[in-house]
Write a protein that binds this ligand. Structure first.
Ligand code: ATP
Ligand SMILES: O=P(O)(O)O[C@@H]1O[C@H]([C@H](O)CO)[C@@H](O)[C@H](O)[C@@H]1O
Length: 200
């Protein structure tokens, strides 16, 4: 308990010093391990700190298997909607169940590390379920964000976040960027010997 309070005070201090931004780049700090930074407890602690200051908690989720600029656009846009961004990340088991036996191509700890290295991401929570709904019950974000390949009304999370007064929104989709496109392009390239060119 004392440790949790000390963490919260330290975060609040850095939050104020950083003009509303929470600690970043936790993976690259000596002594920090991914497991600690992807725990639900860590995300809840950050949410509690922001909530106590009257800030807005934003959450998003997905597989983020092979990070690309579409992901970064959505994550940046999500972070701008509030005071912290918590990413609910599908575990390896969850990705395989959703997308097939050849996925993920990047392990959950590497996917988490990539996300945590982004300045816009404050915390990552890895979940095993088929949807982030059970995890969201523990975080209760004010805003749930997905990219424009989803519709706010069609998301299973929309009704859930509304139940505590939150809202679900979508942010613009960056055309031509998707993990499936990258993987297909790479596979075609392997067969034809041409150079891949996903993106501008
Ligand atoms: N091109 C894009 N522009 C903006 N947001 C995107 C884009 N692609 C994915 N997103 C968003 O990023 C999050 C994670 O998406 P996801 O991991 O499904 O990416 P993906 O590239 O579509 O993957 P896959 O091809 O495996 O389905 C979701 O919120 C999704 O809406
Ligand atoms: O990476 P994806 O395919 O965008 O992630 C999925 O999104 C689903 C979405 O949030 C439903 O509204 C989610 O249910 C699923 O677990 C993946 O995170």
């Amino acid at each position: 308990m004392t440790e949790a309070v000390e963490h919260a005070v330290a975060d609040a201090t850095r939050f104020v010093a950083g003009n509303g931004h929470l600690p970043r780049n936790v993976v690259s700090e000596p002594g920090n391990d991914i497991e600690r930074h992807v725990s639900l407890a860590n995300a809840q602690r950050i949410a509690a700190t922001v909530r106590a200051r009257g800030g807005t908690i934003v959450a998003t989720g997905g597989c983020f298997d092979l990070l690309h600029t579409g992901h970064v656009a959505t994550l940046n846009a999500a972070r701008r909607l509030g005071d912290c961004l918590i990413v609910c990340l599908n575990s390896d088991t969850s990705v395989t169940n959703l997308k097939g036996p050849d996925r993920p191509v990047i392990s959950q700890s590497d996917r988490a590390a990539m996300l945590l290295a982004l300045r816009c991401v404050d915390a990552v929570v890895i979940f095993d379920d088929s949807t982030p709904v059970p995890t969201l019950n523990h975080i209760r974000p004010d805003i749930w964000v997905k990219g424009g390949d989803y519709t706010a009304t069609g998301m299973s999370e929309a009704q859930q976040v509304r139940s505590w007064g939150g809202q679900a929104v979508t942010v613009p989709y960056l055309s031509g960027r998707s993990t499936t496109t990258i993987l297909n392009t790479t596979r075609r390239t392997e067969r034809s010997g041409t150079r891949p060119a996903v993106g501008a």
